[in-house]
Design a protein around this ligand. Structure first.
Ligand code: BDR
Ligand code: CA
Length: 319
């Protein structure tokens, strides 16, 4: 059983990933931590609580950062064209929710949970890396106590999606991402190189709805705005960015990886660019030296990933 803390900014593709983590039979979702990104922090937290309530997910929700690791960086832009004004496709959310957030800030929840289960927790982070960087700053020893960190973010052999250089989750807090990638814990980065190839068509989603699993109706409703956005740009369907990172956890064989130290460009026209120095390549002394070798996904079997998602959402235990 994989014990997982899911760090997320729901977020439409985040919502699918959340349902996947909840329903996959080999995953024990022990906590959800929120971060600003697809919407302001109050909204991403409320969405996590709402989805937890709607899908009967027992994991506690701890609210995280509402600004970048370095507050002086400033600047926030909400991708309303992709995720809607409320972060989940403008599907109405009730004013009153039965659930309350955990009293701890996300970074403290992460520290406490990792320390309670040394060597067992996988952190899956699919928003900005702010909470993880804050947890490392407050308690650097957790790096040695975490089993694995799986990140959705970055673009290595392809362009970014918020600039030619940078992907959104990294661009939103480059300093935090650089801290996370250079820490002494094992990191796997699942970026646009593979997620843009992993498109769930609207027909595939409609078939899952027809299967009758009740949670998928809400997921489908939430997803329509996102599908409309991608339809004219990538394909008729959902680019399942965040679910790709979750599928990696249970089926790493569906991905090809490359190892080497990873750094993030902080500032300038390439702000937020992720660059790996592949192991075995010789360069003069430089900014990658002395940092841990991490994994980047450079290849994917998209049909296999989509089938793993379908099986978990449709066939696994009821919510
Ligand atoms: C990432 O940015 C967010 O909009 C998505 O939820 C995903 O985590 C893709 O670049
Ligand atoms: Ca996300």
């Amino acid at each position: 059983m994989h014990k997982v803390i899911f760090d997320t900014d729901p977020g439409i593709d985040d919502a699918m990933a959340l349902l996947f983590l909840h329903k996959h039979p080999e995953i024990d979702l022990v906590g959800v931590t929120t971060v600003f990104g697809n919407a302001p922090i109050e909204i991403t937290t409320r969405n996590a609580l709402y989805l937890g309530e709607a899908w009967n997910i027992p994991a506690p929700v701890a609210e995280g950062a509402g600004q970048t690791f370095d507050p002086a960086r400033g600047g926030a832009y909400w991708p309303t064209a992709i995720h809607g004004h409320n972060g989940i496709g403008d599907v109405p959310v009730p004013d009153a929710l039965s659930r309350e957030k955990d009293p701890r800030p996300a970074f403290q929840f992460i520290i406490d949970t990792v320390r309670a289960h040394p060597g067992e927790i996988t952190l899956i982070a699919v928003g900005r890396m702010t909470n993880l960087a804050l947890a490392l700053k407050a308690d650097p020893e957790i790096a040695g106590l975490v089993k694995q960190v799986v990140i959705m973010g970055g673009a290595f052999n392809v362009n970014g999606n918020v600039s030619p250089a940078a992907e959104a989750n990294i661009h939103g807090d480059p300093e935090a991402a650089d801290i996370v990638f250079t820490a002494a814990w094992p990191v796997v980065v699942v970026g646009l190189d593979v997620t843009l190839q992993t498109v769930m068509t609207s027909g595939f989603l409609a078939e899952m709805v027809a299967s009758g699993a009740p949670e998928i109706r809400l997921l489908s409703d939430i997803s329509q705005l996102y599908i409309d956005f991608y339809k004219t740009r990538v394909a008729d369907g959902m680019v399942v960015h965040d679910s790709c990172a979750c599928v990696y956890l249970v089926r790493p064989d569906l991905f090809d990886t490359r190892s080497g130290a990873i750094r993030v460009v902080c500032g300038g026209i390439a702000d937020g660019q992720t660059i790996q120095k592949p192991d075995g390549r010789g360069f003069p002394p430089g900014a990658w030296d002395g940092f841990p070798s991490q994994k980047v996904t450079v290849g994917v079997r998209p049909e296999g990933v989509l089938e793993v998602i379908r099986a978990a959402l449709v066939d696994a235990r009821a919510a």
